[in-house]
Design a binder for this molecule. Structure first.
Ligand code: ADP
Ligand code: MG
Length: 607
């Protein structure tokens, strides 16, 4: 891997900033991505107590020398991006150079790393962002990062984490997602000290899917054979309509090896299945999209979960054709196409081992048998198979089993009440709260924004629109042509969020309902303000329909605007905020609360 260097300032500011560390699962994501970028062939992930006590990721990738290891902990230090041009053709999972320093600033952090062929490696210890120790260390080639006591130095934020079970489920999902993206890498995942899964390297994506989702799925998979359009190609597997689930958790999309979510693809998929599915159901799908990096912008989302396709109409056509073709074909998948890994992985992970696709198609039957045998634990896959055999035939403690992940637990049982006592209101804007360890200021508007946002998303995730309330008298609004265009382009987004808007001839639109959550707002200014935001959003300017997440973010911002804090409403707001998945920041990454610890207060008073 090229040397780590600190990006020039200008470039650093072009790289979308963001909250890297939302929760323990984001630590896992960042560390795993670094390991894959380093060319890991074997990846070990460990978590304890929902990742709050410990997240540990080890790889046998390229490792770093002492100088690079130290540099990697500086902000915007990356070995992956040098100049603006590079951003357009990025093929690594990381490129912003902010994950390691961000994680190290909110945990007790230890990095151990050694380059291949070196006798000694380096160990660096950082606590809450402060460098504590650097020394030479004997260690195997590769890199291990240990993150303990996440958010120990931000107690209020830590309190906002969900239960350990929920955080653990998010980690689980994250590890599985990445394990699907890199069949060529063995992945071992330990949770609370025991092996949750251990999947051997394979050059067949089916094997990896079977390993992670249960072998019973293998026979039902239908192959989407590689379909190429100019600049893009898709391949993958589908489950038949009767296996469809209530949530999108069974849908996986990998763009050049990177797990992403994309509404264009999800909608095209739903369209292809139309008629075959009960409403509100989502088909199981694993799709690998290879795309010319120039046709996609991966630098639009803080955690890179969403990307922006420059040619979404072509992408939709590609997915439709591929999926419809597969469903019409109707017969069970039978070729067992070896997974072609993402473009970016071709060199680093020895793509040479993967037989070319055309070759594999001929020996399809045989490959299918091999794939199933591999999952069953025959000679094909080393590590997994031995344990599996044990499990099948030898009585005794089971060290490993396929743990099929169920849907993530939906919001839960937050343990007890909010840990804050309301002291009062400041400037109608902030709630003053007493926490166990100091003072917390909570901005009402930001909190409300987060609450609205998650409610809109939740509605959409359930496949249903947000609850809406009809207006007694529908509102007619004459808009500028440009504004009317944005409204109509986003009609589906409006509908999903509970706002019914319809064209009413020319540039007039009719607003028939508003989301229940915003029923107290003046519908007219709500719509106009929202349109204003939409028109000014970068995505709209590029003529693109906003993703629902983005749209919901804008609507939440507009809906929360001017929220006044009143002492009577503090508890209700806190409770709702506590029920949110990521309560401590707005969708745009602003904090909902800031805290002053008792020790900080004492220091300020010279104690
Ligand atoms: P980014 O991945 O965006 O470059 P990070 O903060 O995640 O930023 O990592 C900084 C740099 O540290 C990387 O560019 C890479 O050179 C190096 N690095 C991080 N993790 C590893 C690893 N597991 N193996 C080798 N190098 C690593
Ligand atoms: Mg990284």
């Amino acid at each position: 891997m090229p040397r780590v260097h600190v990006m020039p300032d200008a470039l650093a500011s072009q790289v979308a900033a963001g909250e890297v560390v939302e929760r323990p699962a984001s630590v896992v994501k960042e560390l795993v991505e670094n390991s894959l970028d380093a060319g890991a062939k074997e990846l070990r992930v460990e978590s304890q107590r929902g990742g709050v006590a410990l997240v540990k990721v080890s790889d046998d990738g390229c490792g770093m020398d002492r100088e690079d290891a130290l540099l990697s902990l500086e902000r915007h230090a990356t070995s992956k991006l040098r100049d603006k041009e590079g951003l357009a053709t990025i093929t690594t999972l990381g490129f912003r150079g902010e994950a390691l320093p961000s994680i190290a600033s909110v945990s007790r952090f230890r990095l151990t790393t050694c380059e291949h062929g070196m006798v000694a490696g380096t160990e660096i210890v950082v606590e809450g962002g402060r460098l504590r120790d650097v020394h030479e260390a004997g260690c195997p080639p590769g890199t291990t990062v240990e993150v303990r006591d996440l958010f120990y130095n931000l107690p209020a934020r830590r309190k906002f984490l969900r239960t350990e079970a929920t955080e653990a489920a998010h980690i689980d999902y994250q590890v599985r997602l990445h394990a699907l993206s890199c069949p060529g890498t063995r992945v071992i995942y330990r949770k609370e000290g025991r092996v949750s899964f251990d999947v051997a390297a394979t050059n067949d994506r089916r094997v990896r899917i079977g390993d992670l989702t249960g072998r019973q799925n293998l026979g039902k998979l239908r192959e989407v054979p590689l379909l190429e359009h100019p600049g893009m190609a898709v391949s993958g597997y589908l489950l038949p309509p009767d296996e469809a689930r209530k949530s999108r958790r069974g849908q996986y999309l990998f763009l050049n090896g990177r797990p992403v979510e994309d509404q264009v693809v999800w909608r095209a998929l739903a369209e292809a299945y139309r008629g075959a599915l009960a409403s509100g159901r989502h088909p199981g799908a694993w799709l690998w999209l290879e795309m010319d990096p120039l046709l996609v912008d991966v630098n639009v989302h803080p955690s890179k979960r969403e990307v922006r396709f420059h040619r979404s109409a072509e992408l939709r056509a590609l997915i439709l054709e591929a999926v419809e073709g597969t469903l019409r074909g109707g017969k069970k998948e039978s070729s067992g196409t070896p997974g072609r890994e993402g473009i970016r992985n071709e060199e680093s992970r020895g793509a040479g081992e993967n037989p070319p696709i055309t070759e594999s198609l001929s020996g399809s039957q045989q490959l299918e048998e091999e794939a199933e045998a591999a999952v069953a634990g025959s000679e094909h896959s080393g590590a997994v198979s031995s344990v599996r055999e044990e499990q099948g035939s030898v009585p005794g403690p089971q060290t490993w089993k396929v743990e099929v992940q169920e849907e993530l637990p939906r919001e839960e049982e937050q343990s007890g009440e909010s840990p804050f006592r309301v002291l009062g209101v400041l400037e109608n804007r902030y709630f003053l709260l007493e926490a166990s360890d100091g003072l917390v200021l909570l901005e009402g508007e930001a909190a409300r924004e987060r609450i609205l946002f998650e409610n809109f998303l939740e509605g959409a995730k359930q496949g249903a629109a947000a609850e809406s309330q009809g207006l007694l008298v529908p509102l007619l609004l004459e808009l500028e042509p440009r504004d009317a265009d944005v409204v109509l382009r986003n009609a589906e987004n409006f509908r999903e969020s509970g706002m019914e808007v319809e064209p009413f001839g020319g540039v007039t639109v009719q607003l028939r309902s508003v989301p229940v959550l915003l029923s107290a707002a003046d519908p007219r200014s709500l719509l106009l303000d929202l349109v204003d935001e939409l028109v000014h959003s970068a995505e709209s300017r590029s003529g693109r329909v906003l993703t629902f997440e983005k749209f919901a973010g804008e609507l939440a911002r507009v809906g929360a605007r001017g929220e006044r804090c009143r002492a009577e409403s503090a508890q209700g707001l806190l409770d709702q905020l506590f029920a949110c998945d990521l309560p401590y920041c707005t969708p745009g990454g602003r904090p909902t609360l800031i805290e002053f610890s008792s020790s900080e207060l004492r220091r300020k008073f010279g104690r």
